[in-house]
Design a protein around this ligand. Structure first.
Ligand code: R5P
Length: 288
């Protein structure tokens, strides 16, 4: 088995290779120093993969990383790999999981159709709607990022977890079982891409160290609104914890309401303090 990482996921690919005791294949991403002037991607495998089971690790965010994933998958197949497992740590485009309006692309399915051209199976992590995986043209599985977050939260002495909305209840349940602490959830209504409203609810958080647990932090609007509610109910420490830290637009300003922000390494950022390499390595081993 060999592990190849795209430029969005180089460190995670190396960590997965270490966990699996497999070779990591280096990739050149620039033909000339500075790359192509028009910003197009370039990839070149720097070691043979003929006859190998190759694990290709690449997050599909931002958009150029989607193109890079397809280039790498094609190069790996052309180089004679016998099996290609795509590991997409953060499945960019996963949130457009249905046709909300006539004429829209179901973007999550669109990406999967193209992954299936050169890959035999797909692993991804903590999706907004894992049901969409059943519609993909190759065997596709969700790996949970919650064990990694739960371990971190246990070690950082958190004593209560909060899901900011219904969708996050399954996350907080799993992380809470691992951290060994109680949890509760809020009802959230999304007004627009930047604004959410929560239904007031009494929470047992007075004097507590509380982590808000979610799949994604994007603009940080959800976290800021939940953190404000926690502070108003007497929480003494508020941590924002997510699997996928996109941190777009005003996220850093919004997150100032928290004492600490942590994410996993599915997306690179200064907040990515928890590695999900053990979770992906176990899932790859389980594929057989
Ligand atoms: C939505 O249901 C997701 O679980 C997250 O709560 C959402 O993507 C977070 O977005 P933002 O950080 O922009 O509020």
């Amino acid at each position: 088995m060999k592990v190849v990482g795209g430029s969005a996921s180089t460190s995670l690919a190396k960590a997965i290779a270490r966990e699996l005791a497999a070779d990591h294949v280096e990739v050149a991403f620039e033909r000339h120093p500075g790359g192509f002037p028009d910003g197009e991607r370039y990839v070149r495998l720097l070691a043979p993969v003929r006859g190998e089971h190759v694990v290709l690790v690449q997050t599909t965010h931002p958009d150029a990383m989607v193109v890079e994933l397809f280039l790498l998958a094609d190069a790996i197949r052309d180089a004679g790999a016998s099996r290609v497992t795509a590991v997409i740590p953060y499945y960019g485009y996963g949130r457009q999981d249905k046709r909300f309006l006539d004429g829209e692309a179901v973007s999550a399915k669109t990406i999967a159709k193209h992954v299936a051209v050169d890959c035999d199976e797909l692993l991804t992590m903590t999706m907004h709607n894992p049901e969409i995986l059943k519609t993909f043209p190759i065997p596709s599985h969700e790996v949970s990022g919650m064990p990694a977050l739960g371990r971190y939260l246990k070690s950082s002495k958190v004593d209560f977890l909060l899901a900011p909305d219904d969708n996050a209840v399954r996350f907080v349940k799993e992380a809470g079982a691992i951290a060994g602490v109680p949890w509760d959830y809020l009802q959230k209504e999304r007004i627009d891409s930047y604004t959410v409203r929560i239904t007031p609810k009494k929470l047992a958080v007075k004097g507590k160290s509380v982590a808000i647990v979610d799949d994604v932090i994007s603009t940080g609007g959800t976290i800021a609104t939940s953190a404000k509610e926690l502070r108003s109910q007497g929480a003494h420490r508020v941590i924002a914890a997510c699997v996928h830290g996109l941190f777009v637009d005003n996220a850093e300003a919004n997150l100032k309401s928290c004492d600490e922000v942590i994410s996993t390494d599915t997306i690179r950022s200064p907040h990515a303090k928890v590695s999900v390499a053990p979770e992906f390595a176990a899932a790859i081993r389980a594929l057989g």
